[in-house]
Design a protein around this ligand. Sequence first.
Ligand SMILES: NC(=O)c1ccc[n+]([C@@H]2O[C@H](COP(=O)([O-])OP(=O)(O)OC[C@H]3O[C@@H](n4cnc5c(N)ncnc54)[C@H](O)[C@@H]3O)[C@@H](O)[C@H]2O)c1
Length: 265
Amino acid sequence: MKDLREKVAVITGGASGIGRAMAESFRDAGMNVVIADVEAVALERTASELGVHHVQVDVTKEEQVAALAEEVRTRFGTCHLLCNNAGVGGGGMLHELSMRDWKWVIDVNLWGVVHGLQSFLPMLLGNADGGHVVNTASMAGLSPLPGAAPYAATKYAVVGISETMREELRESQVGVSVLCPGFVKTNIFTSQRNRPEELRNERKKTSARVANEDMIRLVNETAIDPRDVAAKVLAAVENDEFWIITHPDLLEPYRLRNRELHGPC
Ligand SMILES: NC(=O)c1ccc[n+]([C@@H]2O[C@H](COP(=O)([O-])OP(=O)(O)OC[C@H]3O[C@@H](n4cnc5c(N)ncnc54)[C@H](O)[C@@H]3O)[C@@H](O)[C@H]2O)c1
């Protein structure tokens, strides 16, 4: 989409981190921006600081995402840019994970994206002036992240959905991008703040603590500002680029995996 002015963007997980930075950058590009998030206080604060619209939505609930789409249609007529960005990071070694760990992460990171596509994609396809979808995956959707299997499972899935969409929508006016960030300075490490009571664990895992410490070290060394991510997203939407890679220097494990797949040659 070349001319973003007056077009409508919807960003899930828009109250914080990467979603918030995208909202700011789309607003500055002249778009009407709607941020949707489960965290009421942060959502209202961000909306009022940025001067954008907001709707409280839990992306794990199909009916709430459908209601969001209806509200956007009623208020703005349509949506042009959907950013399926809401996500949580949950860790722990596989042998220690509970079913609740799996369920929570899959509900938000995978079902949240599916709900967004179900409710919004027909609207985008109906636009005379086109549309674009940005799905937020992760570098952990391209190569393994030990200590975060549920997270990796959902992010590989989001990459898979996005690559499939790209093929399906090739002849349409709707573009697709998949955002695969490395570490970004956001509130992802306090994702538990939004974990529903019924999906909380009864006792703490030891491995989660270890994995988290390793990750925090990696974050401190490589994390970038969410506004730098948002600038790349804006450029990808304007230039219809599929892959949005924020840390190309971290692609080596991905290259290694591809070399392994090719076999010795
Ligand atoms: N920060 C990183 O290093 C990093 C790296 C790779 C990918 N990502 C991805 O980026 C996306 C944004 O995360 P972030 O880093 O900005 O973290 P963040 O915690 O700052 O923002 C995530 C937002 O999602 C919202 N959210 C959580 N559960 C929700 C639900 N059920 N319904 C609606 N909203 C919900 C949170 O309230 C929050 O506002 C996520 O998909 C995450 O997996 C982040």
